[in-house]
Design a binder for this molecule. Sequence first.
Ligand SMILES: [Ca+2]
Length: 395
Amino acid sequence: MLIVIQNALAGDDDRLVIDMAGTVPANRMAVQFHCCAPYPILGRLTHSIDERNAMPKLLFPLILGLSMTAQAQDSIPIIFDTDFVMPPQDDSMALMLALQSPELEILGITTVMGNDSVERATSDVLRMLEIARQPAIPVYVGANLPLVHEPSEFARASYGNWYSDEAPPVPSGGYANIQAEEESAVSFLVRTVMDNPGEVTLVAIGPLTNIAQAIRAEADFAANVKQLIIMGGAIASLADGAGNITPNAEFNFWVDPEAAYTTLRSGIPIELSPLNVSRKSVLNKAWYDRIVAVDNPLTALLRETLGERFERQPERSWFMYDQIAVASLIDPSLVTTAAMYVDVNIDHGISYGVSVGGSDRWPGAEGAMQMNVQHDLDWPKFMALFVERVQRPLP
Ligand SMILES: [Ca+2]
């Protein structure tokens, strides 16, 4: 059985055809994407339809959903892969920016260990979605450990609680009432990309374990991803290219070097947002004061978590990492990039997890791929965007 919706929503002659399983026939995919890109709605319908007589009551939420998504006609469908922790961690502010930006449509959030455990990432991001009043965005639990990297004495003494098996702390306002999906992060990544070939952009702002596992799980996954934005790495051949966890390694790549190696060599079109560009940012108290000058639940959360730190240390400043990766997808003119071949060291020696970039391939990096490497930032323009989006009224 087919439902045919004569398109009263977009106001032209397009029609969207959906079968009883909630999937769009292949020959109608172009119409689907042109019309409204209703992926989350379709995902929900697939799980909701269990008998044909349920159809009338499904039509209203479907039409409502289509009319909502039609507003974001030209939005970029993304999967948001994150080692999320509540503010002051950068993932939280990156998600605020994405949630408040109509240029992006978040199909789902996949969690991974990194800043803390995957349990903490999942618990905190679910609560964040409630605070941001977008609890319908599905969350999928990802990797709880890197592919190979074992936590060492150094890891336990350094920043990052990625190996932790402690229960997540209570986030602001209490644990979320909403829950993560049963489907795994890797299954969701593979299913969504393969169902929408060439359409889905991945935003990866934690260790790349989930992405590497998806690449390994489905041979055609990499070829069907539209683009991958990565916060990770540090390029020593460009300015500001030192590491931040070891002398030359950046944290996300160092937590799972094998995953970074696999991902960077996969052939997915990559935009890399390494420490070189992060170090062009400076979130200080003056900028913080401007962000929280407008009151909404997001700025209230920043006041609660960042405000007290600035009170104690008014001279303190923070780099913005993941926020820049997300912003560069919204407005590519914010960053300056260079085309470089980038590879990752997976020898378990002094350079484990170090990223190396050059204008050409070099011996040992014959399999390295060329990507866009961000190395400079229009900081005032970036902050103008960030402040304006975080201050917008919530849905
Ligand atoms: Ca992150």
